[in-house]
Design a protein around this ligand. Structure first.
Ligand code: SF4
Length: 234
């Protein structure tokens, strides 16, 4: 029962994740039953609790020096958005503007992602959660190295376990291949739903790719429409 849940500080990380899953399951069940006032209260509680867990994961990263990207970063870019988001976007790594601001997807590619969210999906950035596979900018915007991804990815996994969104959109090759543990090119992965830890995952092109290849926007929009349809259906 939710009433027996202990304060987040008194629990281990795994116990907290279990509680979050339980609270979310209960809230979804009560929503399904149509108990709206009760579920809104529980939704608020769940949001506060998930927020605390995300903060705990961020605290665990601290001034992270686990890989060499720490040597050249300005800011570690953890993630931004609604801790109870139904929809999470995962990109590859912070770029120059994200590194300077400490916020994901705020540069030119970020403006494309914002257009997808706001103009395409009729949502706001505050409705969704946005993060990256690696939290620090690779120098010169080079690709993240496999060892950098393998060191940083467990923190993304914890973020996704805490948020438990209804849908994940993996933006570009690195996000899609990392989350799906696949080597299939993004051009073949995109457009179909896969499963990540029981959550539907849609791979699509990275907004940065669309800056160089505007013709890809049509395909991305097709992928996003499938995400909208799935969320409406559920
Ligand atoms: S990329 Fe990840 S593992 Fe590497 S220093 Fe940054 S936060 Fe730490």
């Amino acid at each position: 029962m939710v009433e027996k849940v202990l304060p987040a500080q008194a629990m281990t990380g795994d116990e907290i994740l279990e509680v979050i899953a339980a609270v979310k399951g209960q809230v979804a069940f009560h929503q399904w039953l149509g108990i709206r006032g009760y579920s809104e209260e529980k939704l608020y509680e769940a949001r506060m609790r998930t927020d605390k867990i995300l903060q705990k994961i961020r605290d665990e990263l601290g001034d992270c020096k686990r890989c060499r990207l720490s040597e050249t970063r300005t800011h570690l870019v953890f993630g931004q958005g609604n801790p109870e988001a139904d929809l999470v976007f995962i990109g590859e790594a912070p770029g120059q503007e994200e590194d300077a601001a400490g916020v994901p997807f705020v540069g030119a590619a970020g403006r494309i992602l914002t257009d997808i969210i706001v103009k395409g999906m009729k949502l706001s950035r505050k409705d969704v959660y946005i993060s990256n596979v690696v939290k620090c900018r690779p120098p010169g915007n080079r690709d993240p190295l496999p060892e950098e991804i393998s060191i940083c990815e467990p923190f993304l996994r914890k973020q996704l376990q805490a948020i438990r969104p209804r849908v994940i959109v993996a933006l570009g090759k690195f996000a899609a291949q990392t989350l799906l543990k696949s080597e299939t090119p993004i051009s073949r992965l995109r457009g179909n739903f896969y499963e990540y830890d029981g959550i539907p995952l849609m791979p699509t092109f990275h907004p940065g790719y669309l800056l160089r290849n505007p013709g890809g926007k049509k395909l991305v929009w097709e992928d996003i429409k499938k995400v909208i349809q799935l969320m409406e259906k559920e």
